[in-house]
Design a protein around this ligand. Sequence first.
Ligand SMILES: [Zn+2]
Length: 249
Amino acid sequence: MRAIQSTRVVHKAIQIQVRVCNVVKSSANTTGLSNACPDCKGNLSKPNMCRGCNKEVLHGDVLKKYTITKDEQRILTTNELEQLKGIGSTMNVLGTIDKDQFKQSFIVGSYYVLPQTKLKNKSQQQEVEQNKIDYAILKESILQSDNMLAVKFAIRDKEKLGVFTVENDYIVLLSLAYPEFVQEQDEETAIKLDEAQKKMSEKFVESIKPIDLSTVTDSYTETLEKILEGKSDPQAQKKVETSNMWSSL
Ligand SMILES: [Zn+2]
C-alpha cells in the first residue's frame, strides 16, 4: 500500500517505524457540485465573489457546476438541477449495521444532530415540544440498540453516508466514506507474540500516564505562528537512544 508519510511512534525510548496511508482513495473528493460565476464559470468565494473574474455575483445569478476532474467541469442546467431537488433534503434511515462490523477507519467527519427549536409562529410550540420527545426517543433507541443506524443525508450538495451515535445527551452523526472509495488494507500485519513480548506490551501501557485531551494544542501551528512573528527560538532536536528500547521502560 502506498504511504503518504513515513514516521515513528515515539514514547520515551520506544520508537516504532510506521507508514501512514490513506483509508479513502484520493479520487473520492474531487467530484461534486459547487457554485459558479455566470460569466467565466469560475469558483465563488464568500460572499459570492468570483475567484476567476473578481466580480461579485448576485445570488440569483449563481450557477451550479460539477467538477469531474481538475480540468473538466460542467455547468448544470435548471432542468438538470430540478431532477436533483429533494434528494438528500432529509436524513433517510437506510438500515442497521452490526456494531462489531462497524469500522472506525471509515469515519471522515462528524456533526451534532440537535432537535429543531426554530418557531415560525406560537401555535407550533406544542409541535416543538413533541419533537423534543421524538428526538429523545430516537436518541434512546440509538443508545439501547446493539446495532448502528445507517443514514443517508446531504450537506452542501454532497450526498453523504453516516451512522448515528450518542455522546453525552445528544445525537452525533458520524459521516463515513462510501465503501467503494475505501482502499482495502490487505497487507499481512498479524504476528503471534510470546509471553515475554506480551509482558512488554503490558509494561508499555502501564508506562503511559493519563492525559486530558483538552490540554493538547497544535504545537506545529503555534511554532509556525511564532516563526512568522519573528519570535522563534531555534531548539536542538532531542536525540533518542534506540538500543534495548523495550527494556528501558
Ligand atoms: Zn467570474
